[in-house]
Design a protein around this ligand. Structure first.
Ligand SMILES: Nc1nc2c(c(=O)[nH]1)N[C@H]1C(S)=C(S)[C@@H](COP(=O)(O)OP(=O)(O)OC[C@H]3O[C@@H](n4cnc5c(=O)[nH]c(N)nc54)[C@H](O)[C@@H]3O)O[C@H]1N2
Ligand SMILES: Nc1nc2c(c(=O)[nH]1)N[C@H]1C(S)=C(S)[C@@H](COP(=O)(O)OP(=O)(O)OC[C@H]3O[C@@H](n4cnc5c(=O)[nH]c(N)nc54)[C@H](O)[C@@H]3O)O[C@H]1N2
Ligand SMILES: [Mo]
Length: 752
């Protein structure tokens, strides 16, 4: 920690990469990108303002209405009462004890989704889960908002856990560079998104790789609603959002019609093509999936589809699919169909061929590193086995006891009385926020640990102020990065903030039974970090990777480990290709499942036994006079989700958020760049600022995520959070993923 007025500079790590921080006394005074990063993110510049921002939660606070017994009304509108730490911790402990005694641990929701901050020990979600396990368990959640739908569907297709597929079993950029002739990028590959990664990537390399591919002459085609989803130099096939499955079917149709399908591959490595083909050719439903059929659905012409199919069959082709495609109603279908299309091309398991998911979605996809274990806080065992799909939270709160389907299972939603959230911002990330606001009134108690007064903190009953990663010591290590960081404590906690660990330890100490002993195991946070690091260090040494001792790392601040692997690497799919029996996939057939008996057996009309074209409830095909435009809501370029939003929003003109709109849609509405807009549908309304641009297809508007949802009661969200407008519906009964990209809206110029 800095002492006196001397300026000190240290490096730390974050989800958006490493950066240097200058400290004077108790304050962070400047921050700038890390010198080793060829393509750093700009977000460090806002760190000093964010850390010392007026919206920091100063001390524990409890909602007045809750204290006075008005539990189920006033969340989000009541004022808060500041309390001393001891008193607030005591109240929280008594309430947790009351709820588990009266209703059981099944009444406690601790899904607590969210990205929190980098740093291995002070990872808020791990901390809250460990704490809730120590007190007897909680209702957890399955999957993520990022890839929840894919996590359910793809194991049926490739027999592999989806996260293991993308992080450990896809080709590196180097292999793609050396082997691939054509990349067809559904949803693009946007270097802006790869600036971010769980735990951070230090040398941001995705933009550099795409530049190298283009220089080499690799044909890169961005297929989607926005030109800006891929760097300049990539071709663009403007596509109607949510129509990708129709395009993929038409590409498959051309392959089949023109004798370009690799039937030898299908026979040896896949199952079910014979069940799928009649649908493709229109023999089973009377609709051949021709380019002429797809063209009006996709908003492109049939000739383009034919030419593309031939090009894909002519050389080594990699199909890449952005995660956004599965973040919409029927998101299972483009994911499954992309695998079928790749199988028909016969290049799965060959270097630089087949299909890959999420290149560019986050940094580190396409980078191959030696795996290292350790530095993970053990979360203990959860005595409650009920798990909900992560994005079904509002349904759960609204419908206790009601049965719902999920990936072949059917069962009731739990009856939630208490929610504990740490490290996430559901009033940023969930869909249909006005409806979530209403459902959120139902539990008896909501506890939140937060750094800033986010819309979620404002809707809690008991709020504990948490430290930022600059106010505590930690270790920065990501499985997608070759750098290892000591993250020093640089300043004392701001106001009365405490580390999540100390907040939970403080509550645990006041609860009945042995919660404290189970949670802390008698260790301070420094002792935990030392123990976790020792385990990591020993494992690394055993694997022959030389990592410094903790003392040495504290001294050095960071080191670069020799763990990058170069050249072609074996993957689940390359092994399967080489030896389809010996290295069979973990699907029921041991092969790629074009038809899945398992899924067929579920009997879901919204996700049948093979991929099909199923239009979502809201897309340009169902556009009306009231809501004629499709809203897509990409990740924000200037930050990570809603983090640091308070400081970013202070910059002149930064809020409301910018809405991208095509001149053909802007002109009839009298909209020009810079104008204030009202964006609305039956679910709500937000303000936004217009940016008129030909980088987006006509009929589509784009509003990034991340603005803080405004205070309830107003009839328009002043900052421009797209989730006021998005639809809260599961992708299907199979995956129940989030459908953030399913939304139709109207846009109007706003006076003043
Ligand atoms: N419309 C639409 N919505 C989307 C998406 C979309 O594409 N479109 N994408 C979805 C996706 S993929 C995601 S991942 C989610 C992201 O949604 P979230 O992960 O919920 O978003 P964050 O803003 O990262 O929230 C993290 C919160 O943790 C807090 N925090 C940080 N460090 C700490 C700490 O040490 N302790 C505590 N207690 N708190 C801390 C931050 O202040 C912040 O409020 O959004 C989803 N929502
Ligand atoms: N800078 C920055 N980077 C981030 C994040 C961040 O907050 N900030 N968040 C990170 C997280 S948590 C995640 S999960 C990843 C998400 O990574 P992705 O899901 O890949 O990224 P998105 O930005 O949600 O969407 C990419 C693009 O998909 C397009 N799109 C939307 N719907 C469709 C469709 O139906 N078809 C096609 N073809 N295209 C469509 C949109 O134009 C959008 O710009 O990003 C990560 N990267
Ligand atoms: Mo995500």
């Amino acid at each position: 920690m800095a002492d006196g007025s001397q300026r000190q500079t240290r490096v730390t790590s974050s989800h958006w990469g490493a950066f240097e921080v200058d400290v004077e006394g108790d304050r962070i005074v400047a921050a700038r990108p890390f010198a080793n990063d060829p393509n750093p993110h700009a977000v460090p510049y806002v760190i000093p303002a964010a850390v010392h921002h007026a919206t920091r939660i100063q001390r524990p606070a409890i909602r007045r209405g809750w204290l006075e017994g008005r539990r189920k009304e006033g969340r989000g509108s009541d004022e808060f009462v500041d309390l001393p730490w001891d008193e607030a911790l005591e109240i929280a402990a008594q309430e947790l004890d009351r709820v588990r005694r009266t209703h059981g641990n099944e009444a406690i929701f601790g899904g607590s989704y969210g990205w929190s901050s980098a740093g291995r020990f002070h990872h808020a979600q791990s901390q809250v889960h460990r704490f809730l396990n120590a007190m007897g368990g909680y209702i957890a959640s399955f999957g993520s908002y990022s890839t929840g739908c894919a996590q359910s569907i793809m194991p049926h297709v490739f027999g592999e856990n989806f996260l293991s597929l993308i992080y450990d079993n896809q080709d590196s950029w180097e292999v793609i560079h050396d082997h691939t002739d054509t990349i067809v990028m559904f949803g693009g590959i946007n270097p802006k998104n790869s600036q971010v990664s769980m735990g951070g990537v230090t040398e941001h390399g995705t933009a550099g790789w795409i530049a190298k591919l283009l220089a080499k002459g690799t044909y890169c085609l961005n297929v989607g609603p926005q030109r800006v989803d891929a760097p300049e130099g990539c071709d663009w096939l403007p596509l109607t959002p949510a129509s990708d499955t129709a395009l993929m079917l038409a590409l498959a149709y051309v392959l089949e019609e023109e004798g370009l399908t690799d039937h030898a591959f299908l026979d040896r490595y896949s199952t079910g093509f014979a069940r799928f083909r009649p649908y493709l050719m229109g023999e089973s439903d009377g609709t051949p999936k021709t380019p002429e059929w797809a063209a009006p659905i996709c908003g492109c012409d049939a000739g383009t589809i034919r030419t593309l199919a031939r090009r894909m069959a002519a050389g080594r082709t990699l199909i890449t699919v952005a995660w956004s495609l599965q973040r919409g109603e029927h998101g299972e279908q483009p994911y499954w169909m992309s695998a079928v299309l790749a199988a028909m091309l016969g290049q799965i398991g060959l270097p630089g061929g087949g299909v890959g998911y999420g290149y560019g979605a986050i940094g580190g996809v396409g980078k191959v590193l030696r795996r290292m274990g350790g530095m993970t806080l053990p979360q203990g065992d959860n005595a409650v086995s009920t798990v909900i799909p992560v994005a079904r939270i509002a349904d759960m709160l609204r419908n206790p006891g009601q049965d719902y389907d999920f990936n072949g299972r059917r069962g009731p939603y739990p009856d939630i009385r208490l929610i504990y959230w740490a490290g996430g911002n559901p009033f940023h990330h969930h869909q249909d926020l006005n409806a979530l606001h209403d459902a959120w009134q139902r539990p008896e108690t909501i506890l939140v640990n937060e750094i800033w007064w986010t819309p979620t903190a404002k809707r809690a009953d008991i709020v504990f102020p948490a430290t930022t990663s600059y106010e505590r010591e930690d270790i920065g290590r990501s499985s997608m990065d070759e750098y290892l960081f000591h993250m020093p404590q640089m300043i004392p906690p701001v106001a009365e903030a405490r580390d999540d660990y100390d907040i939970f330890a403080g509550i645990a100490a006041r609860m009945k039974g042995d919660v404290e002993a189970v949670f802390t195991e008698g260790l301070s946070s420094t002792e935990w970090i030392e123990a976790l690091y020792a385990d990591y260090h020993d494992r690394a040494q055993a694997d022959g990777i030389d990592v410094p001792t903790l003392e040495a790392l504290r001294e050095k601040n960071w080191v670069r480990l020799p763990i990058i692997l170069t050249g072609p690497q074996e993957t689940v799919l390359s092994r399967f290709r080489a030896d389809p029996e010996g290295a069979a996939l973990k699907t029921p057939s041991g092969r790629i499942e074009i038809f899945s008996e398992t899924i067929d057996g579920f009997g879901y009309d919204d996700c049948p036994g093979h991929p099909v074209w199923l239009p979502p409830s809201e897309w340009l095909g169902t556009a009306s006079e009231a809501t004629p435009l499709h809203l897509v809501s990409p990740q924000p370029g200037d930050k990570l989700h809603s983090q640091l939003e308070a400081a970013l929003a202070d910059r002149p003109g930064a809020r409301p958020e910018t809405l991208l709109i095509h001149p053909a849609d802007a002109a009839p509405r009298g909209i020009e760049s810079g104008m204030l807009l009202r964006v609305f549908n039956a679910r709500g309304a937000v303000r936004a600022r217009a940016q008129v641009s030909e980088d987006i297809r006509p009929g589509v508007v784009a509003l990034p995520t991340g603005a803080w949802f405004g205070d309830p009661g107003g009839n328009i969200d002043p900052h421009g959070n797209p989730n006021v407008l998005t639809k809260d519906v599961g992708t299907s009964r199979l995956a129940q993923g989030s459908s953030a990209h399913t939304a139709l809206v109207q846009v109007a110029a706003q006076e003043g």
